[in-house]
Design a protein around this ligand. Structure first.
Ligand code: GLA
Length: 467
């Protein structure tokens, strides 16, 4: 819970004693109540939700003192979601952008990244909502004689600050990468023991996001919590709003602790490969379906400022060799890429494209730039779609949207096309609905059910509006 943090800081510092306080409340998430269990007991009725504009709220002295206790605990331990300078939630919607890793691996350069930033604008990606240019592993050139991290001078001759300025001038944001150990996954300089110094350098360059990896770190969960919190604290104290992406591949169930450690999103699986699913002969390598199945039961952990990260989109890679081509990544069909986009949006995952934005074919653009599907991803309520039906042939998800509409996704998991009927009442939706097909961009009917053909590995996405 995070109530009126800024005001309380003022009250604490002024030592005010009051019987009634007029203050303002921002978003309150009830699931955080557990954090304070045993320390305070809140009546649910004392918690009011203001999801739109901030509104005034009168508190009694007792409630104020209880809340003050909770806020002090937050100030000391936990500021997931409230650390933006203006009080807004950081990463209030799943971050969207383009990430260097699956296309370039560590062979990155400021020239290529600038070209991708240009392409984000000219291709319409920026207008569709893609905002971040995420630099992944391989940018580092070690530390200087004052232990400040420096970029590889060959790859980034103008430095990261100049690149951040370039990207910001285009209305985009810049993400960077490090690791909670001495070296990163690809063997470059990382941040363990230098968290404060690195966070300050990132802030001074104008970085907006940090992907913080976990190669070379111990296996236990307690160390992971400590190391992520250390970096979250450092970012919080850096003087700049920098979102933190936790990347320990879901191995220590980060959905249970990463938000409290200060992360805004956390990977839930190992690295995505450019394949539909792991074949029986393959022991490793996460295909699109493997990630969907790992993530589909984690909906209760997601919400504004705390997202289950399903890893990068492989849309448009078509089996290009490189990281996504390892471990059986031989490419997907356009129908399968459409399913990835559909379900990453339905499940409120961050969206990090990784294809070559400078050379996209029409199908890749159609998939990545589907504004109606992106609107589901970015819906203000931030609800991760909930699985309603799940069997060998099909999985059906439902997601409630801010304006009261529902997003419905129907995936054909099987290897043949299927005629599928979905009766809305079986999903808990009573009444009549207008049905918009968000891939066909058409209102396709009205009623209490949808019936139609779904191709093998296809996902249909509908917007249902009560009528
Ligand atoms: C790990 C991460 C990947 C990528 C590489 C870079 O494998 O999970 O997403 O960042 O490291 O080395």
């Amino acid at each position: 819970m995070h109530i009126c943090l800024n005001e309380f800081i003022v009250f604490i510092s002024h030592g005010l004693s009051v019987t009634t306080i007029r203050t303002t409340c921002s978003v309150i998430s009830l699931d955080r109540l557990a954090v304070y269990e045993g320390m305070i007991s809140f009546e649910k009725t004392s918690v009011r939700r203001f999801s739109d504009k901030q509104q005034p709220h009168i508190m009694t002295k007792t409630k104020f003192l209880l809340t003050l206790t909770a806020c002090c605990s937050i100030i000391g331990n936990n500021y997931a979601q409230v650390k933006s300078k203006d009080g807004a939630i950081i990463a209030a919607r799943p971050p969207m952008g383009w990430m260097t890793w699956n296309y370039f691996a560590d062979k990155i350069s400021e020239k290529d990244i600038k070209e991708m930033a240009d392409a984000m604008v000219s291709s319409g990606m920026r207008s569709a909502g893609y905002e971040y240019v995420f630099i992944d592993d391989g940018w580092q050139g070690g530390r200087d004689n004052r232990n400040n991290m420096i970029p590889d001078p060959q790859k980034f001759p103008s430095g990261i600050k100049a690149l951040a300025d370039y990207v910001h001038n285009k209305g985009l944001k810049l993400g960077i990468y490090s690791d909670a150990a001495p070296l990163t996954c690809a063997g470059y300089t990382a941040s363990l023991g230098f968290e404060d110094q690195d966070a300050k350098i990132f802030a001074s360059w104008g970085i907006d996001y940090l992907k913080y990896d976990y190669c070379g770190a111990p296996n236990d969960v307690e160390t992971a919590k400590e190391r992520y919190k250390k970096m979250a604290d450092a970012l919080h104290n850096s003087g700049r709003d920098i979102a933190l992406g936790v990347c320990e591949w879901g191995e220590r169930k980060p959905w249970q602790w990463a938000a409290n450690a200060g992360g805004q999103l956390w990977r839930t699986t190992g690295d995505v490969r450019d394949k539909w699913k792991r074949r029986v002969t393959e022991k490793y390598g996460e295909g699109i379906m493997d990630i969907i199945d790992a993530n589909k039961h984690l909906a209760s952990y997601a919400g504004p400022g705390k997202w289950n990260d399903m890893d990068m989109l492989v849309v448009g890679l078509y089996g290009k060799k490189g990281p996504s081509g390892d471990l059986g990544g031989t490419g997907c069909t356009n129908v399968e890429y459409q399913s990835q986009m559909s379900l990453w949006c339905m499940m409120a995952s961050p969206l990090a494209a990784t294809n070559d934005l400078r050379n996209m074919n029409a199908e890749t653009k159609r998939i990545l730039l589907n504004k109606e599907v992106i609107d589901i991803s970015q819906d203000e309520l931030g609800q991760q779609a909930i699985v309603k039906i799940d069997n060998e042939l099909t999985t059906i998800w439902l997601r409630t949207l801010k304006n009261g509409d529902h997003a419905l996704a129907i995936l054909n998991r099987s290897d043949t096309s299927q005629n599928i009927q979905c009766i809305f009442e079986t999903l808990g939706l009573t009444g009549n609905f207008s049905i918009k097909d968000l891939w066909a961009h058409k209102l396709i009917g009205k009623g209490r059910r949808w019936k139609g053909n779904v191709k093998t590995h296809e996902t249909k996405v509908f917007r249902l509006k009560a009528i």
